[in-house]
Design a protein around this ligand. Structure first.
Ligand code: BG6
Length: 491
């Protein structure tokens, strides 16, 4: 068996005791260790303010991996992983502390990767600290988590700050959706299957719906979320990434440059939504109390620490359109929300009706063919079509049928790669195609900002309440009904 290896790295985690590290990074590192994807000489350097030694930290890591991993810890794998872990006591606001880090790093042999799992207001001190201690030279890499700013201006500020110390080729901006197997499969679906390749445009497609629904509410992160809202939390990044992968032209090859180039073209083609057309094209919602899986849940305004007059949205539906030849005239309806009836993500492609109905006497209304791409859970594809009912009658009798693929990944369930596992692995190899470039982040904000401003400046645009455990506010259904369409229902 060939084991794919990567280069030896010193992976420095800023925010080593934070939530993201515990929930995502540590379990991902454990899994990479288990599948022998980490280079023999790679080390993990936890950077944090606590006056800890490596042993204290390692103890915590084991407890957290047990909490967040869906499997028993294998002691052999754990021994290997824990032997890589070091702890560096560092206050990122103390520039001299970065020289402590420098002493620990093995710059001659290992590539430094800095993972910034920290709040955005800490980032600049980290960039500067690393730069001033000469820890920023090529081939070192730096990984940034979202949110990168809260608007174009603040995101530019972060991008300018980092650009003083690191080149774009050293910067890895994470959108964890790009590490998901089902999102990557969209590329295979579109570009490896000639049937879809040739029918993926406004000649054959009527409209597309994208739903990313969550059951969770805001719970303990109310203060943070309230400043952001669903638009910045999910649409600016994950939803637009899905849209770009779904609509971009075939890249010349699968290198980062080609893929990013095509994605940026789509972001630039987004038709603006602003004060003039915002009421027609967007719907905002906020959850009220209700039931999720039979359990009573509080409203957004009753969550811990809530400000009772908040107007922040927890649900968004938007009618998006693209100003390019391929997609001219095709609406994309996207919706995402917290505390909805089920957690699932799905894309539904509605094809145009045939212009002429040969089977007028069959009494069956000829509906549109639909391709239903379930991203999560149980990734699969369904295709709705019409067939003839067997029989000797003169008239054709027709019925609706559905072709359904089996769950793509059932047979691989033991080896399914988590998004963070993949993204950490790619960053260790230094491959940027699954990371977001500066242009993508900024083009996305250019489209998002006028929408958020539009809400602030338009009357009647406070979020509409929806009951937890439903599919969002009534206006979301109305937006489609106005176009004689309806959301494809969850099955
Ligand atoms: C994060 C958002 O980026 O994505 C969260 O900040 C959201 O609010 C999460 O819950 C959803 O991710 P996933 O992988 O569960 O769809």
């Amino acid at each position: 068996m060939i084991i794919e290896t990567n280069q030896a790295c010193d992976l420095v985690i800023f925010g080593a005791k934070g939530d993201l590290t515990k929930r995502k990074l540590l379990p991902a590192l454990y899994k990479l260790e288990k599948s022998k994807k980490i280079h023999e000489h790679t080390r993990i350097i936890a950077a944090g303010r606590a006056n800890w030694n490596a042993q204290d930290y390692i103890k915590m890591v084991k407890t957290e991996i047990k909490n967040f991993l869906n499997e028993e810890i294998n002691e052999y794998v754990w021994e290997k992983l824990s032997s890589r872990i070091f702890f560096c006591n560092i206050d990122v606001y103390e520039q001299l502390h970065f020289f402590r880090l420098k002493k620990i790093l093995n710059q001659k042999k290992n590539i430094n990767i800095y993972y910034c799992a920290v709040p955005p207001n800490t980032l600049n001190s980290i960039f500067k600290g690393l730069g001033d201690a000469y820890l920023n030279s090529i081939p070192s890499r730096i990984i940034l988590e979202k949110p990168l700013g809260t608007c174009l201006e603040t995101s530019k500020k972060i991008n300018n700050q980092i650009a003083k110390y690191f080149l774009e080729s050293q910067i890895f901006r994470i959108d964890h959706y790009l590490g998901k197997e089902s999102i990557l499969n969209l590329l295979a679906l579109r570009f490896a299957n000639s049937f879809f390749f040739h029918n993926w445009n406004n000649k054959t497609i009527d409209h597309i719906q994208i739903t990313v629904a969550e059951e969770v509410g805001i719970e303990d992160r109310w203060n943070y979320f309230d400043m952001i809202g669903q638009m910045r939390d999910m649409v600016q990044n994950h939803m637009l990434q899905i849209l770009t992968i779904l609509t971009m032209d075939q890249p010349k090859n699968i290198t980062s440059e080609s893929i990013r180039h095509e994605k940026v073209k789509i972001l630039r083609a987004l038709n603006p939504i602003n004060m003039n057309n915002i009421n027609k094209n967007t719907v905002r919602g906020q959850y009220s109390s209700g039931f999720i899986k039979g359990e009573k849940v509080p409203s957004y305004l009753e969550e811990n620490g809530a400000n009772k007059s908040s107007q922040t949205e927890t649900f968004i539906a938007i009618k998006v359109s693209l100003n390019n030849k391929k997609w001219f005239g095709v609406p994309f309806y996207i919706r995402t929300g917290k505390r909805l009836a089920h957690k699932y993500s799905e894309i539904v492609v509605y094809f145009k009706k045939s212009p002429y109905n040969l089977f007028k006497n069959s009494k069956l209304e000829i509906l549109q063919n639909k391709l239903i791409i379930r991203l999560e859970p149980n990734t699969n594809i369904k295709f709705d079509f019409i067939n003839k009912i067997p029989g000797l009658e003169k008239e054709y009798k027709l019925e609706y049928s559905q072709l359904k693929s089996s769950d793509f990944y059932q047979k691989y369930s033991k080896h399914l790669i988590d998004a963070y596992e993949r993204l950490l692995f790619e960053s260790m190899k230094g491959i940027q195609s699954l990371f977001v470039c500066r242009d993508e982040v900024e083009e996305a904000w250019k489209w998002i900002d006028p929408i958020i401003d539009g809400w602030k400046n338009t009357k009647n645009n406070s979020p509409q309440l929806y009951t937890s455990g439903t599919w969002g506010p009534k206006n979301s259904d109305l937006m489609l009904a106005n176009d004689n369409r309806y959301w494809y229902q969850f099955h």
